[in-house]
Ligand binder design. Structure first.
Ligand code: C5P
Ligand code: C5P
Ligand code: ZN
Length: 477
């Protein structure tokens, strides 16, 4: 991958007219910011375009001249056929398009091997860095921001400082979730970030909101794992801390997890462990509670930018509501207006998610043999349907043995967005949802793709049932 990164870096340096095209989620914003900053250091003032997904409409109006270079970050690999007429470099981690999932496993393996070789040597895409091209995975090994960072680092050693954004991107794509820590290439990137003192990894409780939620609310919203008797109940969480003798307030101020000393933290963690064990939770699930967290020590404590996971959520709050530019500014170092605007977006995002989960409960989840689903129609925005689907599936309220698929009406009113997720407890799931979505959507004039355990599609409105039947059928196969 390093050689590939070097080639791409040299190619990029031959250009001055460059447009970065990236994805609107946290990983995409971090990836686009890395590219932007690296180009700035080469004296290139690049524009950034942020997309929900890559489709024909972007390519139709794109500049096809040889002097114009498009740098696709966190997207592109799934749509190579669209990009043949453009001068491109791609740093991405999505599944490559190619597979026909109705082949036998052996045929598929052969075809995938062939497609890897083909793509690797494909003249049109010499400048394509993606972990799948190196037999690595795009779920845990490397994110879009990470792939982009490898190229940035090959452009100039001083770009090592951009490793911080690559860690944020990986965490934003939940690449630390399955193992409770970053692994593979992500781990090497983390080492870069730690070497220069920008990130510090620590073993701690992994619930969201260590820096931003008062203790009782921190526990109340814990969902990985869900804590029986405490999750969702504010009063029981308050009692829990009282009974342990851990004060919720210091003077007038609420205490956050980061305010607890190590004895208090150990006390809480061991008590929570007891609750989980007494509720017959399996050891793997119990273990998920504690793992690696990533602190940004040069940022101000008790702010969202002090913790990689919260930083990523802040970026999602911008990107998913059409304000990716604010997220990019925060990534590039703005801690004044951009950060305060991003915080406002975050507040809205959080309360929005609570509302959206209520809506899903209200609609109810229906089941087919191999997939469960809900159709939110125009009640949930297409940009957050993926997050809501993932949260709902991992809420402890649903059967986690089947993938969950959520539908929402697109902003254009003509299409439907579909998002599908596999539960965390089911991550050795041996099917590729990216293929399923691509195939089922492709058959009805839509587009789809993503990752093995998290994928999405856009299909014409009115085709939901037909699409679902195909998804079910493909999953059966
Ligand atoms: O487009 P992109 O690659 O950035 O998005 C990856 C998606 O996969 C994210 O929405 C992330 O939440 C999801 N994911 C997941 N569970 C995982 C890993 C990733 O839902 N274990
Ligand atoms: O939108 P959502 O969060 O459900 O997307 C899950 C994954 O599928 C992301 O990595 C996203 O980039 C990908 N996706 C895609 N093509 C689509 C929709 C989503 O590759 N049409
Ligand atoms: Zn990504």
């Amino acid at each position: 991958m390093q050689n590939c990164a070097k080639n791409i870096a040299e190619y990029i340096k031959k250009h001055t007219d460059i447009e970065v095209v990236t994805h609107q989620d946290a990983d995409g914003i971090a990836a686009g910011s890395i590219a932007k900053k690296a180009l700035e250091r080469e004296g290139v003032n690049a524009t950034i375009t942020v997309l929900k997904q890559l489709d024909e409409s972007f390519v139709q109006t794109a500049d096809k001249s040889a002097s114009k270079l498009y740098w696709f970050t966190d997207l592109g690999s799934g749509n190579l056929d669209l990009l043949t007429d453009l001068n491109v470099v791609i740093t991405d981690h999505h599944e490559l398009e190619v597979n026909d999932i109705e082949l036998s496993q052996q045929e598929r393996t052969n075809l995938m091997e062939l497609s890897r070789v083909l793509t690797r040597t494909h003249n049109d895409f010499k400048y394509h860095l993606n972990p799948h091209l190196f037999d690595l995975d795009g779920v845990n090994d490397l994110s879009g921001a990470g792939a982009t960072y490898l190229v940035a680092k090959a452009m100039r050693p001083e770009n090592i400082d951009l490793s911080t954004l690559a860690v944020i991107g990986a965490v934003g794509d939940l690449q630390d979730v399955e193992h409770g820590r970053l692994i593979g290439t992500n781990r090497k990137i983390l080492e870069d970030a730690e070497k220069i003192g920008n990130v510090k990894s620590q073993i701690d409780i992994r619930f969201f909101g260590r820096e931003s939620r008062p203790l009782h609310r921190f526990l109340m919203y814990a969902n990985d794992p869900v804590i029986p008797g405490l999750s969702k109940s504010e009063s029981r969480c308050i009692n829990f801390f009282k009974e342990l003798g851990v004060p919720l307030k210091s003077g007038e101020h609420w205490r956050y997890w980061v305010d607890l000393d190590s004895t208090e933290r150990k006390l809480v963690i061991s008590e929570l462990t007891l609750i989980l064990v007494n509720n017959d939770m399996n050891p793997d699930e119990v273990n998920r509670m504690v793992g690696e967290i990533y602190i940004l020590p040069n940022e101000q404590i008790r702010t969202e930018v002090h913790d990689a996971k919260e930083f990523a959520t802040l970026l999602n709050s911008c990107g998913r509501y059409g304000a990716a530019d604010i997220g990019i500014k925060v990534c590039l170092g703005n801690r004044m207006e951009a950060l305060s605007s991003a915080r406002k977006m975050l507040k809205g995002h959080r309360s929005n998610l609570v509302e959206m989960l209520k809506i899903v409960r209200d609609i109810g989840v229906s089941e087919l043999e191999f997939v469960q689903y809900f159709n939110a129609k125009d009640r949930i925005n297409e940009n957050v349907i993926g997050i809501v689907t993932g949260m709902m599936l991992n809420s402890g309220e649903l059967d986690t043995s089947k993938p969950l698929l959520g539908f929402a009406l697109c902003d254009d009113g003509k299409n439907i967005k579909a998002s599908v997720r596999v539960a965390r407890q089911n991550s050795e799931f041996n099917l590729n949802l990216s293929d399923v979505m691509r195939t089922a959507a492709g058959e009805i004039g839509g587009i789809g793709g993503g990752h093995s355990i998290a994928a999405g599609a856009q299909i014409p409105a009115g085709e939901e049932e037909h699409f679902l039947e195909r998804v079910n059928e493909l999953l059966r196969k």
